[in-house]
Design a protein around this ligand. Structure first.
Ligand SMILES: O=C(O)CCC(=O)C(=O)O
Ligand SMILES: [Fe+2]
Length: 243
C-alpha cells in the first residue's frame, strides 16, 4: 500500500517512485524469460536485436498482477481499475549520436487501436539499472494538472480529436507537455524500481547512449466501467480514484 506521503506526491506531481519494489528473484526470472525470448546473449552486444517493441511477449508472473502491485492498484482505484500486463519496450544502445533530450511528451490511450477511454494509470519498471542517458522513461512532472485543465475546457476532445486542431501540426504533443510548470526528467534507477504515473502525465521514451539496453516493463490500467464514465472530465481530478 502507498502511505500518505506517497499518495500526496502522486496527487501533486502525477507520479510516485517506489525504489526496490520488485523482488530480485522475480527480476531474475523476468530477465531469463526476456533474453530467452529475443534469443540473444545478454553479455554479447553482437547478438542483440534492435526492436523497441518486444513482440508476443509479456513477463511471467505479469508485472501488474504481482500481489504487491495489486494492493496498490486496488487502493488507487478503489477496486475499479482493470488491466495490468507486463509488456516490454527496449531502448537498445545507439552510441553513434550524442544524447538529446526529447522535446515533447505524449499521454497514453490513443494507440493504434484508437481510443477506448477510461485509461487511468501506468506503471514502469526496469530489469536492469538505468543511469542518465541510458534510455530512461522520460516524463514531465506535474503535467497531469494542465492536461486536466485542457480537457475540462474541451471535454469532447478526450477521444483524441485534439489531433484535429488546426495548430496540431505545429504544436503536436507540445500542446500538452509544454503547458506544465516543471522541466522534464529521466526516470533513472535500479532494476525493480517502479514509477507509477497518472494517465494525464506527459511522458515519452529517450535515447540510450550507454552500454546496456534499457529493459522497460509496462503495465496499464483502465476503469472497469469505462463505457459509463469515459466522456466525463470531472472537476475533481480524483473522482474516479480511491485516493
Ligand atoms: O519507452 C518508454 O520509456 C516510454 C514508453 C511509453 O510512452 C509508453 O509505454 O507509454
Ligand atoms: Fe506512452
Amino acid at each position: 500500500m502507498l502511505d500518505a506521503d506517497q499518495i500526496l506526491h502522486f496527487k501533486q506531481h502525477g507520479y510516485v517512485i517506489l525504489r526496490g519494489f520488485i523482488h530480485p528473484d522475480t527480476l531474475q526470472q523476468w530477465r531469463t524469460q526476456f533474453w530467452g525470448h529475443v534469443g540473444a546473449d545478454c553479455d554479447d552486444p553482437s547478438t542483440w536485436p534492435e526492436d523497441y517493441v518486444v513482440k508476443d511477449f509479456a513477463v511471467e508472473p505479469d508485472f501488474g498482477s504481482l500481489p504487491s502491485m495489486q494492493d496498490i492498484v486496488g487502493q488507487l482505484g478503489d477496486g475499479m481499475f482493470a488491466g495490468g500486463g507486463g509488456s516490454m519496450l527496449v531502448q537498445w544502445p545507439k552510441s553513434d549520436k550524442p544524447w538529446q533530450a526529447p522535446t515533447q511528451g505524449h499521454i497514453d490511450g490513443y494507440g493504434p487501436g484508437g481510443w477506448s477511454g477510461g485509461f487511468m494509470l501506468g506503471a514502469t519498471t526496469y530489469l536492469e539499472q538505468v543511469t542518465a542517458g541510458g534510455g530512461a522513461f522520460y516524463f514531465w512532472p506535474d503535467s497531469h494538472l494542465p492536461v486536466q485543465e485542457y480537457f475540462r475546457q474541451h471535454p469532447q476532445q478526450i477521444d483524441g480529436s485534439f489531433t484535429q486542431r488546426q495548430d496540431w501540426d505545429e504544436k503536436g504533443w507540445g500542446l500538452f507537455s509544454d503547458a506544465g510548470p516543471s522541466a522534464p526528467q529521466e526516470f533513472t534507477g535500479a532494476a525493480g524500481d517502479v514509477i507509477l504515473w497518472h494517465c494525464f502525465m506527459c511522458h515519452t521514451g529517450s535515447p540510450n547512449v550507454n552500454a546496456r539496453p534499457r529493459l522497460g516493463v509496462f503495465s496499464r490500467w483502465h476503469r472497469s466501467d469505462r463505457e459509463e464514465m469515459k466522456w466525463d472530465i470531472p472537476q475533481d481530478l480524483w473522482k474516479y480514484w480511491g485516493i
